[in-house]
Design a protein around this ligand. Structure first.
Ligand SMILES: *[C@@H]1O[C@H](CO)[C@@H](O)[C@H](O)[C@H]1NC(C)=O
Length: 503
């Protein structure tokens, strides 16, 4: 292979949960002088990144790939899973494969115009964009796959799609997933609806199986996790990918990694990073409310930007919260079947609920979006009722906050299982993708269990969450400092690149 330039191209999948960790990765890379960092995406995602980056990252470049959603049978301006109804997500996935040709042209343009014909140093692509591995290899770049999820979740998700265990003769209520130790059993309820109907020839299976397989051909893998907190997941990945795998996390805003927490370390930046979301409440109001509560007494509830619960589950949750008597902050979104970004209707909650909770100060109801890291890092917060999306889980753990799991889609269900069984920091409201509503009695019982920090399981979970929080913060050598976070990502890149050069 000839010499390579100093250009690093990053190619995230078209979803906020992927763009944000890729951006965090870019921020870490730009700390090192000499590299040119470019994030590549479709026009609207680039616009979004532009609004998010701000002036503090002058060295991150953005490059657009032409993409017209209506050409692919998608609604106008649909370039990100966030703005899509669930049945359109597979269509967007398939459409994303057409980005290969314009991406290839972009790489050649960069080589010709900027780098004297030399290929980019490396191309870091999302596991859902396996086609980028071919592009990287064809021009002589180092190809790196980045999975924005944790190691265990990534391994389980990939193993599922590559093996489709539910089609196997031996498939039973409890089943084994290839790659995982024999003692490790998964439950049939842990297949989400898309997985349940997958037969290997449907559109969703074809996309997943092809992109994952192509990604297995890259030169090295990066995971947004910390080696010490996911020993099993890392072991499984290394053993079966047969590639160098590096944990480079946690990719979180630097302020999240400082301890002891001081609110002054949170500039407005952190929220800008959180994606130009409109907060449903001011940061100050939230903190004011939390300051009124006792240490570790508040339950924080949010299901991320793309998930919501059914109307009847919402009703039960409200009743359970009120019945528990515990203080809570709840980020409310319209229930399933309604526009998740639409107006919230009072009828979705028990009569007079919001008024009662506000007057008694038991609950703070936030519409739309809350300053999540501010809340999680506040000493009054004692647990997080979460869908177990990986970004949320990492944020919670980085602050030593135990989790109550209500996983919904993607690899969330495996995250929640790992958080519970490997880490011991999570209690699930129910196992698997819920077809039944979890009743208020169960909700009250689980809240009681997890929020009791003085004895039993709640105490144990808190202890383990604090230890893991310490490991996460220790993984960043000099958080907020001069060469903040540089270490792990750069070490990994150096390794991957030098292995190739030696070969
Ligand atoms: C697999 O699923 C697809 C889509 O649901 C269907 O069209 C196809 O007939 C199925 N194939 C087999 C072999 O069952």
């Amino acid at each position: 292979m000839g010499s390579r330039g100093q250009h690093i191209l990053l190619l995230p999948f078209l979803a906020h949960g992927h763009l944000i960790p890729f951006l965090a990765l870019a921020r870490q890379l730009q700390q090192t002088k000499g590299f040119t960092i470019t994030i590549v995406s479709t026009p609207l995602n680039i616009q979004y990144l532009k609004s998010t980056i701000s002036s503090d990252s002058p060295n991150i470049h953005l490059a657009e790939l032409p993409f017209c959603s209506t050409d692919h049978g998608l609604p106008p301006n649909a370039e990100n899973t966030e703005n899509l109804s669930p049945h359109n997500v597979p269509t967007l996935c398939h459409a994303s494969v057409t980005l290969e040709a314009p991406f290839r042209r972009l790489v050649h343009d960069i080589m010709d115009q900027e780098d004297g014909g030399r290929p980019p140093l490396c191309i870091i692509s999302d596991v859902f964009f396996g086609w980028a591995v071919n592009v990287a290899k064809s021009v002589g770049s180092v190809s790196i796959t980045f999975t924005t999820c944790g190691a265990y979740g990534t391994a389980a998700y990939m193993s599922f799609w590559l093996h489709l265990p539910h089609l196997h003769r031996d498939y039973k209520e409890f089943f084994k997933l290839p790659w995982f130790p024999d003692s490790h059993r998964f439950h049939c309820s842990q297949l989400n609806p898309l997985a349940k109907v997958a037969n290997g020839t449907d559109a969703w299976s074809m996309f997943m199986r092809l992109q994952i397989s192509l990604s297995l051909g890259s030169h090295g893998w990066l995971c947004n996790t910390v080696e010490e907190i996911e020993p099993l997941g890392m072991e499984v990945l290394r053993k079966y990918l047969k590639l160098p795998v590096r944990a480079i996390g946690p990719l979180l805003p630097p302020a999240a990694l400082k301890k002891p927490y001081s609110s002054s370390s949170f500039g407005s930046n952190i929220f800008k990073q959180r994606a130009g979301k409109k907060l449903g409440i001011s940061q100050e109001k939230c903190i004011e409310w939390l300051n009124l509560q006792g240490p570790s007494s508040v339950l924080y509830i949010s299901f991320g930007s793309q998930n919501t619960i059914s109307a009847s589950q919402m009703m039960e949750l409200a009743l359970g919260l009120e019945g528990s008597g515990k203080p809570f902050i709840w980020v409310l979104r319209p229930p399933t079947g309604f526009d998740i970004k639409g107006e919230f209707k009072e009828e979705w909650l028990p009569k007079g609920f919001e008024k009662r909770m506000t007057e008694s100060k038991q609950g703070l109801l936030v519409h739309n979006w809350a300053p999540q890291l501010e809340i999680l890092s506040h000493e009054s917060t004692g647990a997080f009722l979460s869908h177990c999306g990986w970004n949320s889980a990492l944020e919670s753990l980085s602050q030593g906050v135990p989790i109550i799991g209500l996983p919904m889609g993607a690899e969330q269900i495996y995250n929640s299982m790992m958080l519970m069984e490997e880490m011991g920091v999570c209690e699930e409201l129910a196992r698997g993708v819920q077809s039944d509503i979890v009743g208020k009695e169960v909700i009250m019982r689980v809240i009681e269990l997890v929020m009791d920090k003085k004895k039993g399981k709640g105490k144990e979970m808190q202890k383990k969450a604090s230890i893991i929080g310490g490991q996460i913060r220790a993984a960043t050598k000099d958080p907020g400092g001069e060469d903040e976070g540089s270490s792990l990502v750069l070490e990994a890149l150096n390794d991957f690149v030098s292995v190739l050069s030696d070969a």
